[in-house]
Design a binder for this molecule. Structure first.
Ligand SMILES: [Cu+2]
Length: 152
């Protein structure tokens, strides 16, 4: 009978050890599975980013006066982007009432007064050379225009 208890106790110990070993095994398997899932998630996020934008975002910070656009001190600068780029124009009037318009992309900012800022964004979905201009009064005729080049 004495041996019976001992062997029963031994079996219990072995059983407990075996159980905890199993739990550990399962635990590490779960962790592996989790990190695999995380990898998958990361990959699909990267894929989404790539397919959603198709191109870079090009931001141009421009100002307007009577009757010119300026960017980094350059008068009516040529803007260059690649086809598929998202173009963001951040426009501020530093003197007068102005806007920024490109007909071919149906892009137009609000008309803003001195000190006010506005913006417009569009996808440059076709190649070519396009004119941007200010649509207020005779500003365009007075030289308030420039060129956007969209390259392949
Ligand atoms: Cu203007």
């Amino acid at each position: 009978m004495k041996y019976g208890y001992i062997s029963l106790a031994l079996m219990l110990v072995v059983f407990v050890i075996a159980m905890s070993a199993c739990t550990n095994l399962n635990g590490s398997t779960d962790q592996k599975q989790q990190s695999a899932d995380q990898d998958k998630e990361t990959n699909s996020q990267v894929m989404e980013k790539t397919s959603a934008s198709m191109g870079d975002t090009k931001t141009f910070v421009m100002t307007g006066v009577n009757f010119r656009f300026f960017m980094d001190g350059m008068e009516n600068p040529e803007l260059r982007v690649k086809k598929g780029d998202k173009v963001v124009i951040e426009f501020q009037s530093t003197d007068g009432f102005h806007d920024f318009v490109i007909d071919e992309f149906n892009a137009a900012t609000d008309r803003v007064n001195t000190g006010e800022t506005t913006s417009v964004e569009f996808i440059a979905d076709k190649t070519g050379t396009f004119e941007y201009y200010c649509s207020v009064g005779q500003h365009r005729a007075n030289g308030m225009f420039g060129t956007l080049v969209v390259e392949e």
